[in-house]
Write a protein that binds this ligand. Sequence first.
Ligand code: NCD
Length: 298
Amino acid sequence: MKHLLDIKDLSKTDLQQLFKQADSIKTQSKSDRRNRLSDRQVVCLFYENSTRTILSFQLAADGLGASVFNLPVKHSSIKKGESFEDTIQTIAAMAPDALIMRHPDNNAHQHIVDLLPNDVHLINAGDGQNQHPTQALLDLYTIRNHKPNFDALKVAIIGDIKHSRVANSLIDGLSTLGTTNIQVFGPDHLISEKHSNRKAPDMHTAVDQADVVVMLRIQKERFEQHESLNIDVWFSQYGLDQDKLSRAKKDALIMHPGPINRGIEISSEVADGPQSVILEQVKNGVLIRQAVLSLLLS
Ligand code: NCD
């Protein structure tokens, strides 16, 4: 594997290998981990806001001994009119070992990957409404640690499906691992065409007997001008509370990629409850990104 741009590029064996890599990093001491990438340099270039993804990539790379450099888009020459392609070629000319990029445009990474020299690895930290492969990897790794039999899972994904690269990558990754019972639910206009065949008739049906319930944020910043919603009715129709959750399996995992909006897509009772693995997802984010970096850079 040279780059990580799309979760669909990974086979079932690739995914399992990454999980095993994460398992083995977990058992290593901090000092042993630091030897893995001690002479490597990694650049983070985020054209969109981020808390979890950027910080976990930085901590992941640093924890493996790599040096991490963050190019703050707001204070760079991008603000002086430099084109996207020129920025990428400039970074590439400095020869970092990896470029970790988030960009608001779908397929932005595919657009620039050929500008990179052979030894610069590109990692997609989210492109528009398209893909978020490392988020899917951490979601899948979290699920696998609780419920390893992917074939038998029922997974419900609820909320703003249309704008969610998280949903796209997760559905792709689950499908590769053998999960067929994946149901989505949200307002009709927020279910993308490609997932319409998975749409449940109502929230109860989606959540009923689910093993995993994934809640998504309303990604207002990605709405087109004609798209609107009534936020006051969102929680009652599409939000997860204890009552709706009672339909799922007793040991169902509650997931959310974050950032969460309490009382809109999920109640605090559920987000902080015993079935929630939201912070475990965050924790696994560092580990699985270390697995990705190890595999690409060592
Ligand atoms: C997600 C994203 O950026 O796509 N967040 C994340 O990476 N943890 C989901 C979101 O922003 O709602």
